[in-house]
Design a protein around this ligand. Structure first.
Ligand code: HEC
Length: 152
């Protein structure tokens, strides 16, 4: 067997084994930090858009389109961090996250669907239509926090 192909194969196998182990052994505390980091970044890129929705920040279509694109990826990231192994780690997540999982999942889907619509309308949509979609998106953040996050 060609030695080079063999070592590439071996490297791939080791890589796969490594990531499997890494995934199953992620400490609950680390998962919590990672999901919070994803939320913090959503907060960062949502911030100015929420301000625009409320008329507190001047409307800027370029910023909306850019941040909506970032949010499309970010809004998929926090959820695998709410693994059952994290339920006793201190965080702002309420116990309902782990007991009312169907409703929690629905709230995630709602966010992702509104963000997808925002991405679509932000590509050249009229200001009024974009703003209406900003309002709809913001409601999905607040709606979930209302039920699943400790009051700040
Ligand atoms: C499906 C529910 C859900 C949705 C939707 C959601 N969040 Fe969260 N968010 C949470 C939970 C639960 C926490 C607490 C997580 C923790 O402490 O581990 C949180 C925490 C946060 C935090 C605090 C992070 C920290 O640790 O400092 C910010 C900021 C945040 N969310 C912003 C947003 C924004 C912006 C949106 C919408 C674009 C959003 N969230 C949508 C459930 C949600």
């Amino acid at each position: 067997m060609n030695k080079r192909i063999f070592s590439i194969g071996l490297a791939l196998m080791l890589g796969a084994a490594y990531s499997l182990t890494a995934f199953s052994q992620v400490k609950p505390e680390t998962l919590v930090k990672q999901r919070q980091a994803a939320m913090i970044l959503q907060g960062k890129y949502w911030g100015p858009l929420g301000g625009m929705a409320q008329g507190k920040v001047p409307y800027d279509a370029t910023v909306v389109a850019r941040n909506a694109g970032f949010l499309e990826a970010l809004s998929k990231m926090p959820w695998d961090g709410f693994a059952p192994s994290t339920k006793d780690v201190k965080s702002a997540a309420l116990p309902a996250v782990f007991t009312d999982t169907a409703k929690f999942k629905e709230a995630q889907d709602r966010l992702q669907s509104e963000v997808s619509k925002l991405v679509a309308v932000s590509k050249g949509g009229a200001e009024a239509a974009v703003k209406a979609q900003l309002v709809a998106t913001g409601k999905t953040c607040g709606g979930c926090h209302e039920t699943f996050r400790e009051k700040q």
